[in-house]
Design a protein. Structure first.
Length: 280
């Protein structure tokens, strides 16, 4: 890997600032999932103005990738055992339990009670929906991988939808929509987040959680997992703020946290402004 300060003719999609090449990779960094991408090449671009980072490469992680290869490569057929292991973690060691604690305290303080319906987008192993169910919240898990979706139905027992978020139709309204480590995997994040408006009532809330590129770079450098190839965008607090604004949401809270696993994360809550429309 070679670190560069080369300026390139490309602008940041969130703030319009200049991008430069932060790092180039000829081989996968240690710990990155092997997706059999050959020949491997990518470079990491960074915005001088808002601190946002972008992975630039020739690989296309399309809908088929997240319906099949991503889960198979990441969990290697061990979805059930991984689910059970994560669920058994004590609170002090659990990213998911602390995530739910953070979300539930915020929502209850804001509204006086938990949501009547929650949609968790990109549920993966189903750990977060399981915690919602344990707390008595009604949760629907949306997951593009059919194997993971079936496992969630079996082990968690919540309603599941096996499709991609941009394809959902006629599933009703939800008081809370959660995107836990999802938006960084999406090519068109503004359209993706904006699409949640059609599923929210007037007081509905969106929760977004993404890897924190600024803190990861400061503490672990450019080979940190936050910058792995499957992440198209690696957010800063400023660029996540820009995303919410571009999607037409009113920000309620943005917070940097370090999770028990050591992952650097940004958490954000937002709502639709008063008199907002779906098409804005």
């Amino acid at each position: 890997m070679v670190n560069l300060e080369e300026k390139i003719n490309r602008k940041c999609g969130f703030c319009g600032g200049d991008l430069y090449v932060l790092a180039s990779y000829k081989y996968p960094p240690k710990g990155e999932t092997n997706f059999n991408l050959e020949p491997y090449w990518r470079r990491l671009l960074k915005c001088r103005q808002c601190g946002h980072s972008v992975n630039q490469h020739r690989f296309e992680f399309d809908t088929d990738f997240y319906s099949n290869l991503y889960s198979a490569s990441t969990y290697k057929g061990q979805l059930r055992s991984r689910f059970q292991k994560i669920m058994s973690l004590p609170f002090d060691s659990s990213d998911n339990q602390q995530r739910f604690d953070f979300i539930s305290k915020f929502i209850i303080e804001l509204n006086g009670s938990g949501p009547s319906r929650c949609l968790d987008v990109g549920s993966g192993l189903g750990v977060f929906p399981a915690l919602l169910k344990e707390a008595g919240w009604t949760c629907t898990a949306l997951e593009p991988d059919p194997i993971a979706c079936n496992l969630i139905s079996e082990l968690v027992g919540v309603e599941t939808i096996n499709t991609h978020f941009m394809n959902v139709k006629n599933i009703g309204l939800f008081d809370l929509i959660t995107f836990n480590k999802v938006i960084e995997h999406v090519r068109n994040p503004v359209s993706f987040v904006k699409a949640s408006k059609k599923l929210l009532p007037p007081r509905g809330i969106v929760y977004i959680e993404v890897p924190d590129g600024e803190m990861a770079l400061k503490n672990n450098g450019t080979e940190s997992e936050e910058f792995f190839i499957e992440h198209f965008d690696i957010y800063s607090k400023k660029s996540l703020e820009c995303l919410f604004n571009m999607a037409g949401f009113e920000i309620l809270l943005l917070k940097n946290v370090t999770e028990p696993s050591g992952k650097f994360t940004i958490r954000g809550f937002a709502k639709m402004p008063e008199n907002s429309t779906i098409d804005e």
